[in-house]
Design a protein around this ligand. Structure first.
Ligand code: FAD
Ligand code: NAG
Ligand code: NAG
Ligand code: NAG
Ligand code: NAG
Ligand code: NAG
Ligand code: NAG
Ligand code: NAG
Ligand code: NAG
Ligand code: NAG
Length: 616
């Protein structure tokens, strides 16, 4: 081992060049690490651990996962849904100024912990509509439609329905045929709900918006209470670490995990990926390992493009400016960035039913009582995810506004070139045009949703544009792998997105005007009842919208290379050998849903594709 360390000190010193000047040059290898692995997985989050688990089912195959974060201790605050606090387990990254949002900057929600986003997320475990995934096929991806993915959604899931009486009381509806019952990821429903949820559900019903038989069955629209990634045996959060590491790694000598290290570079011999280099986040020491069969990127949509660009895989112009040797000119790396911009409308419900979610903040006696109840018998309000709860309405564009055709014509009249800098590679423009056609077809149909809104029984009501037209970028600005990349959501830069949000605000006011919501005495605080004209609403949106719903996707999209794609339907990176991507960055179009269950399904399918190509 010692000999190889000395050898790699030299190799790494050569490869990293001037970067070494920034940090100490000592290498501290974890002595348990092997010299090489069949597969090296970059990122021990949701997708990375899923693929690691599936590949190590075969004891002949060795896998190393390299993760920036640490295993969390079995801490009370990460396990109790009602106490969720993501802050200690996230990267601390600030976005670039958002020009659609009055140049404000925003915190970037990106997990930094073994288990990734699922360890700290809002636990909503829903799926998109069939047409969301079928649109992926239209971008050059045979085998990635709804009917192809449904078996993998099921394979990943271990579903427990709600009790019949609770389901009846709170309009929880499901269809067993849409779910998996043997998979590793537990999904279920909390065992408690606040009463005023019923007003929200019946308000939508009074507007003609129905409850689907099962939102997981390919029609994710209507008002419903969706499943959560919640362990029904003790009402704790259930994440990828529990599903794909804790349960299996102890008995698999071929499954290694290295924590607390930032992968900084993929090494290539010619165009073939041969290994992975990293930097210890505490000690600034380098390490390196060989990958015999494949390097698999799973660092999430914020970091996978960063690692590729640092390694010489990305837009030639960017790499040349930073004097990074070009391994392959791949203009799409860091383009097509998507998320779901959100306005948190806020209300004073002056005649709300007590208790409600707000009571947990205003009445400490109630909060303590509920926590004691959770501790003693896993009942009560702390089984609901904090500030979430997952009672939602997903609305197709024609049902947000009767004026939807004018929004579609506004988008059609735009020239996509206007939204990109002058020297943008033509493939990026071609890809955006293809995407826009698909999106506008979805806007024109009622097969999927464009607005999501939800209610926890108290003040804040998110209005989320789940299928935006605006696009952002993730680009590095220097060669230091511990510096975050520049994250630019480009939120609301497309005026059609602004018009949809204006319509959403009006739809929301229509909901509040229903008898069922009026019973709760809503007084609009934000944007404010005095904000009424279209111009006033537009101006308020610019001030109040958040660019993210923590659903970062699409920065290394699975699309034709002529469309600015980065991977093909086999998930292999174009122009190189031996390197694939399996995380949220490959989704070419963000589905109209929260993203975690889709990430698990994609990763399950990825594992099968990888096994097949290596005949495992
Ligand atoms: C706060 C929050 C709330 C959310 N709420 C919901 C929700 O309610 N429902 C839902 O469905 N989805 C939700 N999501 C989104 C969902 O969790 C993500 O889409 C999903 O986890 C992404 O999976 P991934 O594998 O792409 O990335 P991740 O799970 O983020 O995994 C990436 C991993 O790579 C590691 N990494 C990054 N860079 C490096 C590097 N250089 N070297 C080594 N390791 C690295 C990270 O530390 C991380 O562990 C939420 C996300 C967040 C952050
Ligand atoms: C981000 O900051 C928080 C609060 O200071 C800290 O707890 C957390 O560890 C930091 N995250 C990382 C990845 O360093
Ligand atoms: C945002 O910043 C850009 C670049 O500095 C500037 O051109 C633009 O006018 C600013 N927008 C607003 C709303 O201030
Ligand atoms: C939703 O939109 C469709 C298509 O325009 C229309 O047929 C239907 O009546 C609308 N439903 C509601 C409840 O608005
Ligand atoms: C919850 O139950 C799982 C088994 O389903 C167990 O592994 C875990 O330790 C339990 N967690 C707590 C905090 O009780
Ligand atoms: C909410 O309404 C109540 C009752 O009218 C009032 O006492 C309270 O000040 C209001 N709160 C806010 C934040 O406006
Ligand atoms: C606070 O909660 C306790 C316990 O549920 C209840 O008895 C009490 O009436 C509440 N106080 C107020 C001011 O609502
Ligand atoms: C619940 O249990 C946690 C962890 O054991 C403890 O910190 C907390 O004080 C308990 N709270 C109550 C109200 O019992
Ligand atoms: C969906 O749209 C079609 C027309 O495109 C319409 O016939 C149908 O009623 C709509 N369904 C719903 C549930 O709105
Ligand atoms: C709306 O009312 C708020 C609070 O009184 C005030 O600050 C704001 O200027 C008003 N906006 C408009 C457009 O009247």
């Amino acid at each position: 081992m010692l000999a190889s360390l000395v050898f790699f000190t030299v190799l790494v010193a050569v490869t990293y060049g001037s970067l070494l000047l920034k940090h100490a040059q000592i290498i501290k290898h974890d002595t348990d690490l092997d010299f090489s692995y069949d597969f090296v997985i970059v990122g021990g989050g949701t997708s990375g651990l899923t693929v690691a688990d599936r590949l190590t089912e075969n004891s002949e195959i060795s896998v190393l996962v390299i993760e920036y974060g640490y295993l969390y201790p079995n801490e009370f605050d990460i396990l109790v849904p009602g106490l969720l606090n993501p802050t200690p387990y996230q990267f601390n990254i600030t976005s670039t100024p958002q020009r659609g949002l009055d140049n404000a900057t925003f915190a970037v929600p990106a997990a930094a912990v073994v288990g990734g986003g699922t360890a700290i997320n809002g636990m909503f475990f829903d799926r998109g509509s069939a047409s969301d995934y079928d649109a992926w096929v239209g971008l050059g991806n045979p085998g990635w439609g709804w009917s192809d993915l449904l078996p993998y959604f099921k394979k990943s899931e271990n579903f427990t329905p709600a009790s019949a009486s609770f389901a009846e009381e709170f309009t929880i509806s499901w269809d067993d045929t849409a779910h998996g019952f043997d998979g590793p990821v537990k999904s279920s429903y909390p065992v408690f709900q606040f009463q005023s949820i019923k007003n929200f559900i019946s308000a939508w019903h009074s507007l003609g918006i129905q409850t689907p038989q099962d939102p997981s069955g390919g029609t994710a629209k209507g008002v419903f209470w969706g499943p959560s990634s919640l362990n029904p045996s003790n009402e704790t959060i259930f994440d990828a670490q529990m599903a794909h590491y804790n349960t299996v790694a102890g008995s698999r000598r071929n499954y290694h995990l290295l924590t607390g290290n930032a992968v900084s570079k993929i090494n290539f011999v010619g165009q073939k990926a041969t290994g992975v280099g990293w930097l210890n986040r505490e000690a600034f020491e380098y390490g390196y390992v060989n990958a015999k069969k494949e390097v698999i990127l799973a660092a999430g949509a914020a970091h996978t493009p960063q690692i590729l660009q640092l390694s010489g895989v990305g837009p030639k112009g960017l790499l040349n400016n930073l004097e990074i040797p070009v391994v392959v000119d791949l203009p799409g790396v860091g383009q097509n960035f998507q998320d779901q911009p959100t306005l948190y409308a806020s209300y004073n419900f002056t005649s709300n039913i007590v208790p409600n979610a707000g009571t947990l903040y205003t009445n400490t006696t109630f909060a303590n009582e509920q926590l004691a109840l959770y501790n003693s018998s896993r009942q009560g309000a702390y089984t609901l995810c904090k500030n979430s709860g997952n009672v939602v309405a997903f609305i197709p564009l024609p049902n947000i506004t009767q004026d939807f055709e004018s929004i579609i014509s506004l988008a059609t009249s735009q020239s996509p070139e206007e939204y990109y800098p002058p020297n943008t590679d033509p493939s990026i423009i071609a890809g955006y045009k293809a995407q826009r056609n698909l999106i506008l077809n979805l806007y024109n149909s009622n097969t999927t949703s464009v607005l999501e809104t939800g209610f926890t029984s108290s003040s804040d009501i998110p209005l989320t544009l789940v299928k935006p037209l605006s696009r952002g970028t993730v680009f590095i600005s220097n060669r230091d792998s511990l510096e975050p990349p520049l994250i630019d959501w480009g939120a609301l830069t497309n005026p059609a997105d602004v018009e949809i949000m204006v319509a959403a605000v009006r739809k929301q006011r229509g909901l509040m005007a229903t008898d069922a919501m009026q019973e709760l005495g809503p007084v609009e605080l934000m944007p404010g009842a005095n904000i009424t004209s279209t111009d006033e609403i537009r101006a308020a949106l610019m001030q109040l919208v958040q660019p993210t719903y923590a659903h970062l996707t699409s920065t290394c999209s699975m699309m034709k290379r002529e469309y600015g794609g980065v991977v093909g339907p086999d998930l292999l990176v174009y122009g190189v050998q031996g390197m694939s991507i399996v995380d949220a960055s490959i989704m070419p179009l963000i589905p109209a849903t929260h993203t975690s269950s889709t990430v698990y399904a994609v990763a399950e399918k990825a594992a099968d594709i990888i096994k097949a190509r290596h005949q495992l």
